[in-house]
Design a protein around this ligand. Sequence first.
Ligand SMILES: C[S@@+](CC[C@H](N)C(=O)[O-])C[C@H]1O[C@@H](n2cnc3c(N)ncnc32)[C@H](O)[C@@H]1O
Length: 294
Amino acid sequence: MGTIHQPVLLDEVLAWLAPREGSILVDGTVGGGGHAAAIADRVGETGRVIGLDRDPSMLELARAAVAGRPVTLVHAPYAEMGRVLEELGIDRVQGVLLDLGLSSDQLAWRERGFSFAADGPLDMRFDSGSGDPDAADLVNRLPAEELADLFYKYGEERYSRRIARRIVEERRIEPIRTTARLAEVVRRSLPPPARRGPIDPSTRVFQALRIAVNDELGQVDEVLQIIPDVLAPGGRAAIISFHSLEDRRVKWAFRSDPRLNVLTRKPVTATAAEVAANPRARSAKLRVAERCPN
Ligand SMILES: C[S@@+](CC[C@H](N)C(=O)[O-])C[C@H]1O[C@@H](n2cnc3c(N)ncnc32)[C@H](O)[C@@H]1O
């Protein structure tokens, strides 16, 4: 089966990256390959797209989506983009795209544990074969204060302490191993008015755990350092973020690096028509910077 993910801000990404025939670009979060396929069509047979992903299952979907196009897929985190390009014998590239976060496919695979809406094991690793600690490890092992800090820092969860205390009480009775049980513990730890409302009460806790499990902000910080080195003069970096913790980092890194010119004074957001067709686009923010001449 193919991908169910709809690439966000696709027209805007193509307009800002302006991929030219014969150029080489990196898609650091290739996912289901939606952006990569469209970019590959622009660069043509003489160009190339290098598509990275940390999740081997996403690379399988990408493989089908980009079949017959000049795309090289590599299983690697985007923070290792420099090493990957070196190994491929590529010195500099004309563009870098990052579409952060997770894809609709990953959210839909209940066995990956990303969603509170479907019961599954509390995993949340992008690379579940990595042997790294998963979300269940953090939830059952971290002291209450560390869990609370994590929910507050990465989820901006105002009830972080109550939730962490409740988790510690519940895991003493029985370890928390599934998404449904965690969602239920979170819900019961909140005062009744906070259990209602437009967004599910578990949203922020799940986001925080996913960020921590995958060291997502560490990955963003690392790649932001590397991007000016891998871009050829005049090359562009386009980064789509879905929450303020990422967007702030991108904004600051683009502004403070003397090798980059910021092209988007304000982040580019989705049109009303795109949000209506794809609600996931609602919180997307695209920032673009260009590598200055040497
Ligand atoms: C929003 S999806 C990308 C969707 C893609 N642009 C498309 O059009 O289908 C984000 C992807 O980034 C991957 N990812 C997350 N963190 C990563 C990292 N540090 N390095 C490489 N890939 C990562 C996820 O596995 C996921 O497939």
